[in-house]
Design a protein around this ligand. Sequence first.
Ligand code: ZN
Length: 116
Amino acid sequence: MTYFVGETKMRCNDINKIIPSFLNNKLNQQEAEPFLRHLEHCHVCMEELEIQYLLEVGMKRLEDGGNFNLKEEMNDKIKQMELKIRRKKILLKVQRFVELLVMITFLSISIYWLID
Ligand SMILES: [Zn+2]
């Protein structure tokens, strides 16, 4: 399956390759969004992620003797990444708006000086 997010497309193969990065919190913003979008639609990769998460985190947890609610933890991890992406997008919009305001202000001043 192939999904398009903007100009980025990620296939199941790509997803498989970056699952370890996701598990180690090393996924960058560019990868994170198509990664999450793909997971929303592809239960094959979602299952793969669950398995790898269970293996990776579960083994460590066994050694530590800590508590087990790995599936919920993994879903939290995904939700947190969603939030992070959303926040960054809002921030970008605000930034563009401010840039626009600065430009308009600058233009207004320029025009004012021209007329004067
Ligand atoms: Zn997939």
